[in-house]
Write a protein that binds this ligand. Structure first.
Ligand SMILES: C[S@@+](CC[C@H](N)C(=O)[O-])C[C@H]1O[C@@H](n2cnc3c(N)ncnc32)[C@H](O)[C@@H]1O
Length: 376
């Protein structure tokens, strides 16, 4: 049973989430009640019930699992002549270590619905593709016209910068408005971090991405559409970081730290500096040369991330938990400034903690440290 769940990506959307995201969809566009709708992976039919409750009448569905439907149908065999005003649901997600959970084009090569009709030229060369990505690409081909939309629950990791570039490009070519919604609840019956994404075209929000995060209150921000390819658009972390940065006053650390790569001693076993003791290295000892001290910031770990210390580049050995930064030449002999920067980072752990809350990767990027502001 569990095996099937992972192969078919059976994580059903909770009813309260379905109602919330349908309402959200309706905030961004007016849809007539008789529009043609497809739920391509209907599962336990929560989306279909939610849509019917809102008065929508014209809904078709696919569901591959014969235990969930009397008429099992594989979405990838569903005829591409069928076009819809709205395609909405929660496609199966590939589990990275379950081979059968990937879309495999070989299964469909002899079908009349040829993979070449919906895969991009470079993706068609691949043996396996994440199934949620293939659902997006095929759903695009089922849209009726410019006015048609897609609303999908997606793993939040879909929006990580540099991931799924090709799918993101296909989305950008077809749609001018993207809404990415996240809240503090589990969207599916498993603790998989998800969001609800709306891909559509509007006049009012042309070339905009709207990020929304709700946890009792609602935080919302409009970004340029191109940021889909250049930023990590996870509403919670993105909006949280922005809010904190806006509340901080002063100069970004990029004014003080050098962007040159620092070579330091790193050893998993012989290290004398780790996340556990970095906080006891916030001062430069009186008998040491100030210029030998660089900044080490813990880059991973729920409780350690963002903890900073000043380490001696010639003597100290670190484990692999750190980003290490040199200081700009004008600050290299400035003991007071080096210690102040270290102290202010440690006093603002909340900043680093809140930008790491993406489940699956409790880490920060070098950029997060350069962006952090201090009042020197
Ligand atoms: C993540 S669940 C979501 C179900 C439903 N949309 C919801 O939100 O509750 C994905 C569903 O897709 C079905 N599925 C997997 N591969 C499919 C395919 N190729 N065609 C149609 N349905 C598929 C699974 O059996 C599962 O019920």
């Amino acid at each position: 049973m569990d095996e099937k769940k992972f192969v078919l990506g059976q994580y059903f959307t909770r009813k309260e989430i379905v109602d919330r995201v349908i309402n959200l969809l309706l905030e961004y566009k007016n849809y007539y009640k008789n529009i043609e709708i497809l739920e391509p992976s209907a599962g336990t039919r929560n989306f279909i019930e939610g849509l019917k409750n809102k008065g929508f009448t014209n809904i078709q569905e696919c569901e591959i699992d014969e235990n969930l439907t009397d008429k099992p149908y594989d979405f990838f065999l569903f005829n591409l002549d069928k076009k819809f005003d709205l395609i909405i649901g929660n496609p199966p997600f590939t589990k990275y270590n379950v081979k059968e959970s990937y879309y495999n084009k070989k299964k469909y090569l002899s079908s009349v619905v040829s993979p070449a009709k919906y895969l991009t030229k470079s993706l068609i060369k691949k043996d396996k593709i994440q199934i949620e990505n293939t659902f997006i690409l095929k759903a695009i081909k089922h849209l009726k016209d410019e006015n048609s939309s897609i609303g999908f629950v997606l793993p939040i990791s879909f929006f990580i910068e540099k991931k799924n570039k090709e799918i993101k490009k296909a989305i950008m070519e077809r749609f001018n408005t993207i809404v990415i919604y996240q809240n503090d609840k589990n969207m599916v019956e498993e603790p998989i971090p998800c969001c609800f994404a709306i891909f559509t075209n509007t006049e009012k929000l042309k070339d905009r991405i709207i990020l929304i995060y709700e946890d009792g209150k609602k935080v919302k921000r409009a970004l340029n559409k191109n940021s889909l390819l250049t930023s990590e658009l996870i509403p919670k972390t993105y909006l949280c970081k922005l809010q904190i940065l806006e509340s901080l006053e002063g100069e970004p650390l990029s004014d003080f730290l050098s962007d040159k790569v620092i070579y330091y001693q790193r050893d998993y076993k012989k290290n004398n500096i780790s996340g556990a003791n970095i906080l006891s290295h916030q001062k430069i000892p009186e008998d040491k040369e100030i210029k030998n001290y660089v900044l080490a910031v813990t880059r991973v770990g729920n409780s350690s991330v963002g903890k900073a210390g000043l380490i001696n580049i010639k003597e100290d050995i670190l484990n692999d938990m750190f980003f290490v930064f040199g200081f700009k030449d004008e600050f290299n002999n400035n003991k007071k400034m080096k210690e102040l920067i270290c102290k202010l980072i440690n006093e603002n752990q909340e900043y680093f903690k809140s930008i790491t809350q993406r489940v699956g990767s409790k880490s920060i990027k070098k950029m997060d440290i350069f962006d952090f502001k201090i009042k020197a």
